[in-house]
Design a protein around this ligand. Structure first.
Ligand SMILES: Cc1cc2nc3c(=O)[nH]c(=O)nc-3n(C[C@H](O)[C@H](O)[C@H](O)COP(=O)(O)OP(=O)(O)OC[C@H]3O[C@@H](n4cnc5c(N)ncnc54)[C@H](O)[C@@H]3O)c2cc1C
Length: 402
């Protein structure tokens, strides 16, 4: 079957590409087909933290994410060993937390209501570039398209078919959902079989006020885990819960590291939880480097397939941002009837999104390479105002400049 534009993957990057095409090039709406291997609402392992830029991009598409069940965190705390700096937004929440099954389902319904066709339950198996089109082989039938968008995530088939030998930069990520335990300082209530020595530590569950915050603690860096442990509020089926996890860019993978769940267990134990009591899930995140290849003639990559934020592994706003840029490239390509996409990488790098990804790539290399305790204390505790200012200028609030 022949189509003009096939988008492989109906996560935030694929849906954002389609929604931006529909808004900016409405004559293309009927020529877009999204192929999604799952069926909505489908599970997606993700903590679901939306930064302001995600909301700004959605607002510009005429979408109000507050329609999706959510919990708001009033502050983001960047800590080293439980002390550090806070980021809060004037008169609004700092982080809006959604469940991805609900968010992606909502976004897919919005795309369909704007006339975009989504075929669920279709798994793309192979992609072959012919001189005049792209052949997309699936578990059901073979499609042909003038343009293909690889929006199929960190393990996607598009990137593997198009760049089979390209170096792969992926982070390891674990996630755990727990009920909320609030309370006062207690002693020796938790004995974790993951890490016995933490049993003797004091346990201080977060109090009611602290439970409104999102916490990122960079203490694992000292043990060659180039990342952080997080915990923030979430909701599952309307019930307030806590989402925990650990992120490791793998930048220090050549050094000796403890198993990823050890620092996570340590942090949870400090706050009164035993990791052993909960289900742990893991998934990789492919991250951005300035050298990532993101297009060949007739094919563009977006979202995790192109590369998420290397510093924090934040990828939802980034995926939505890639969608805006890819739609522009595709719309202009149809106007010119020229589909080399030779300028796409350059367009991404010079956009507000590209600048932020470059800044975060640089910050990740500094913060995770200088892994001495004094340096982490300097960054997160002593240089607070400078770090917050630099974050505002280079890392946050880019969505409105896209
Ligand atoms: C544990 C964890 C926690 C995270 N927490 C956050 C967070 O709090 N905030 C944040 O901003 N980011 C977070 N991220 C990152 C975020 O989840 C991703 O960056 C984001 O989902 C990328 O969106 P995407 O559309 O590129 O890919 P995805 O969301 O992965 O979507 C890809 C889609 O393609 C489909 N697909 C895949 N292969 C095929 C195929 N062969 N054929 C057809 N369809 C296919 C999939 O079913 C899926 O629907 C987290 C990631 C992990 C792993």
């Amino acid at each position: 079957m022949k189509h003009d534009i096939i988008i492989i993957g109906g996560g935030p990057s694929g849906l954002s590409t389609a929604l931006h095409l529909a808004r900016d090039f409405p004559h293309l709406i009927r020529h877009i087909l999204i192929l999604e291997k799952a069926r909505y609402p489908r599970p997606k392992l993700c903590a679901g933290g939306l930064v302001i830029d995600a909301e700004v991009i959605l607002q510009r598409l005429g979408l109000d994410v507050s329609e999706v069940p959510h919990v708001d965190a009033d502050k983001i705390h960047f800590d080293f060993e439980a002390r550090g700096l806070d980021i809060h937004m004037p008169k609004r929440h700092a982080l809006r937390v959604i469940r991805r099954a609900e968010f992606d389902n909502w976004l897919a319904k919005k795309a369909e209501s704007r006339g975009i066709e989504i075929r669920e339950g279709v798994t793309v198996k192979n992609i072959i570039i012919d001189p005049d089109d792209v052949r997309v082989e699936t578990n059901q039938e073979i499609f042909q398209a003038k343009v293909v968008v690889g929006a199929d995530g960190s393990n996607g088939v598009t990137r593997r078919c198009v760049f089979p030998d390209a170096p792969l930069h992926t982070a390891r990520v674990l996630e755990v959902i727990t009920p909320v335990i609030a309370g006062k300082l207690e002693h020796n209530k938790v004995i974790s079989s993951t890490n016995k020595e933490i049993a003797s530590e004091k346990i201080a569950p977060r109090n009611e006020g602290q439970l409104k915050g999102a916490y990122f603690d960079f203490f694992p860096v000292l043990t060659n885990i180039a990342g952080y442990v997080w915990d923030f509020p979430t909701q599952v089926n309307g019930e307030l819960m806590r989402c925990w996890g650990i992120y490791d860019t793998n930048l220090l993978a050549n050094r000796k590291r403890p198993p990823l769940k050890v620092p996570l267990a340590k942090e949870m134990s400090r706050l009164g939880y035993d990791l052993e009591n909960y289900e742990i899930q893991g998934y990789p995140i492919r991250w951005f480097t300035p050298n990532n290849q993101i297009s060949v003639p007739r094919i563009l990559l977006v979202g995790d397939a192109a590369g998420a934020d290397p510093f924090l592994g934040e990828g939802i706003s980034i995926a939505l941002g890639y969608g805006a840029l890819a739609a522009r490239e595709i719309g202009e390509a149809f106007q010119r009837n020229e589909f080399s996409f030779s300028g796409y990488r350059h367009q991404v790098l010079r956009s507000a999104l590209g600048q932020v990804l470059l800044a975060r790539w640089f910050v990740a290399r500094v913060v995770y390479s200088f892994k001495w305790k004094w340096f982490q204390i300097l960054v997160w505790r002593i240089l607070k105002p400078i770090v917050v200012l630099l974050a505002w200028i280079f890392i946050l609030d880019w969505g409105k400049r896209l």
